[in-house]
Design a protein around this ligand. Structure first.
Ligand code: 5GP
Ligand code: ZN
Length: 141
């Protein structure tokens, strides 16, 4: 099966070489390049070559390949940039903050006090609610 494409998609255009990028890596299923709106220096993206928008529709082998590419980039970020930490982030749908509906994993180096709005304070959940949702998900798996 050939990978799906979307003519209006910026990442499909980057994959096709129609739009330039700072390319870090490429293999048969994935590409990695620098994000042009970095939250910190070194912010990069590991991207599927085919146009699958979200985690629920991408084939398992392709998302596995994207994760492996993200790991390679993260290792280089850790070794070369020595950040305080690294977040890997993958958004699905506008409600999750996804702006490019072509599956990708962000590799985000973190610096102390950088104010990147990703972290939250844990608050104890309601065990009855956790259990009710757990039962629904368990039955779906
Ligand atoms: P999302 O919001 O979908 O999780 O992330 C999309 C990311 O793609 C954003 O961080 C944004 O800066 C990046 N991006 C959008 N357009 C381009 C582009 O043309 N080139 C590159 N390199 N990154 C882009
Ligand atoms: Zn695309």
């Amino acid at each position: 099966m050939t990978d799906p494409k979307d003519d209006g998609c910026i990442f499909c255009k980057i994959v096709a070489g129609q739009v330039p990028c700072f390319k870090l890596l490429e293999d048969d299923k994935t590409i990695a390049f620098m994000d042009i709106n970095p939250v910190n220096p070194g912010h990069a993206l590991a991207v599927a070559k085919g146009h699958w928008p979200t985690v629920d529709v991408i084939p398992p082998d392709v998302i596995a390949a994207v994760a492996q590419t993200a790991q390679k980039v993260a290792k280089a970020v850790v070794a070369e940039l020595k950040p305080n930490g690294v977040n890997l982030l993958q958004a699905n749908g506008a409600g999750a903050g996804q702006t490019v509906p072509h599956l990708h994993i962000h590799i985000m180096p973190r610096r102390a006090g950088d104010q990147v709005a990703l972290n939250w304070e844990p608050k104890p959940g309601d065990m009855k609610e956790i259990e009710a949702v757990y039962k629904k998900l368990k039955a779906a798996l």
